[in-house]
Ligand binder design. Sequence first.
Ligand code: NDP
Length: 333
Amino acid sequence: PMADKPLRVAMMGLGGYANIVAKGMQECKLAKITGVISGTPSKVDTWKQKYGIPDGNVYNYDTVNQLKNNPDIDLVYVTTPNSLHHKHVLQIAAAGKHVICEKPVADNAKQAREMIAACEKAGVRFYIGYRLHFEPHTREVIRMREAGEFGKIMHVNNFMGFKIGDPTQWRLKKELAGGGAMMDVGVYALNGARYSTGEEPVWVTAQESKTDPVKFKDVDETITFQLGFPSGIIANCGCTYNFNHGERLHLMGDKGWAEMVPAFGYGPIRGNTHLGPINQPDVNHQAYQMDGIADCILNNKPDPNVTGHEGLKDMIVVDAVYESIRKGGAKIF
Ligand code: NDP
């Protein structure tokens, strides 16, 4: 049953992922959808009917500042194209609402820093939609690593990608996507390297391969990148927009290992370790994430590892990946 005072969420940008989040949220106990922000009236009509949203909780991109007068909305979930996240999060912070922003947090670390500063100044909480931090198989691998069950971590090998369709979509336009495969799915391999090791990289190298310069004229198609960590671990990671079947996380220690395939999609997530299959429940990622974040806000609990600062840490590496490709050689922090 729904809590007496759930977290009231408005979705901003009613596209593919907003629909998946809204569907998942029907399982939530602590969060519910009470509003929408959209540029497409026909979608708004559908959402109003489906989720019982009153007229007074409907906004468009020009009326976001009016959210400040609406006590019926606590948080806005931004699921617009990547390059609009910066502008939208600044608008929401100015309206005094908490915000969840989808990955990648922004186009670069500079924007991410500005978003964090704006939310801090406004006194609102700022999260990134890193749903895997709530996912039980992923949590179990992190728990095992923290408990020392893999011994000393020696190496990580992560990949995430898919073959992208429609050549006219925003994901292939730099001005809306900020970049290509690295921005969209490379961040899973990167975030996975950070949460599976529990360390922050001290150097980055990267390489790009473009086999279809027409389709990928604006953005990166396939990138491989290496992260060097303080303890000596190297993570060898990759991402692509031009083939399927590559998705995995592989963590190798001197006493054991974990391999998750698939590791980053909506699930079911599957994995094995040196001790056997990872036996954890299959959950709805979006419902778990939203109840997890709602619990922090409503019950004033410490934020999980999905804050704007986490997004910034990834963006610093993304910047370094692109810089390394541009210049050749390593980016050393
Ligand atoms: P879609 O294109 O399906 O939806 C984006 C929506 O943003 C549109 O439907 C539109 O909604 C709104 N929008 C506002 N301005 C523009 C514009 N100029 N061009 C296009 N759309 C615009 O994208 P996705 O839902 O797939 O992705 C949205 C975000 O969510 C991305 O940042 C992506 O990285 C992230 N994402 C995260 C996932 C995860 O697992 N965490 C999975 C999938 C995506 P409206 O018509 O209502 O204005």
